[in-house]
Design a protein around this ligand. Structure first.
Ligand code: 5GP
Length: 200
């Protein structure tokens, strides 16, 4: 029987580098796919509709909620974000591990709706370092940096609900850590029953 993929939630504060960790993981492992969320946030010049996000209107977003098309959805700094469920399930059925790179309110919803999801919170080595990274992104607006740090504090309060916390100090180490988590999950005896069948 073909292996079914695993659902993996990756969250972490703005500036922690979770997107870079996810990208590096996908470069290393062709079995990993990233879910494309829907959002009402305006598209940025570097983005393409359907690649980073499906950019939709508030009305379309409401309609998707009413039709129960989201695996989870949340509001984040004034915009709405949601994971279309069908596309995720299709990739899982095809045997891909599917990453949801989402904020924590959505992460908690996934924990309830899909208890077998693997949940990982990416943390910064320190708050000082997080602030340094946020300022280093060319975002010189100190008020915005403080707002993001405040948001990060809220996210850290929810982080203990995640199964794993990975510190993104050196990128390669963080990616190694995520791969180790996925590998050890794979080796759990409940996923290895097929190996024992002969003897049973
Ligand atoms: P950005 O607008 O900077 O791309 O993303 C803002 C935040 O929304 C990030 O923390 C990102 O992980 C999160 N996000 C992106 N897609 C989703 C989604 O489908 N659901 C939830 N809950 N959060 C999302």
């Amino acid at each position: 029987m073909k292996r079914k993929g695993r659902l993996i939630v990756i969250s972490g504060p703005s500036g922690v580098g979770k997107g870079t960790v996810v990208k590096a993981l996908m470069d290393r492992d062709p079995r990993v796919r990233l879910s494309v969320s829907a959002t009402t946030r305006p598209i940025r010049p570097t983005e393409t509709d359907g690649i980073q996000y499906h950019f939709i209107t508030h009305e379309e977003f409401e309609r998707m909620i009413e039709a129960d098309l989201f695996l989870e959805h949340a509001q984040y700094v004034g915009n709405r974000y949601g994971t279309p469920e069908k596309a995720v399930d299709e990739m899982l059925e095809q045997g891909f591990d599917v990453i949801l790179e989402i904020e924590v309110q959505g992460g908690v919803q996934v924990m309830h709706r899909r208890p077998d999801a693997i949940t990982i919170f990416i943390a910064a080595p320190s708050f000082e370092e997080l602030a340094r990274r946020l300022r280093g992104r060319g975002d010189t607006d100190e008020e915005k940096v403080q707002m993001r740090l405040q948001q990060a504090r809220m996210e850290y309060l929810i982080a203990p609900q995640y199964q794993y916390i990975v510190v993104n100090d050196l990128l390669e180490d963080a990616v190694d850590d995520v791969q180790s988590i996925l590998r050890s999950e794979e080796l759990q005896s409940e996923h290895q029953q097929h190996l024992l069948k002969e003897a049973l």
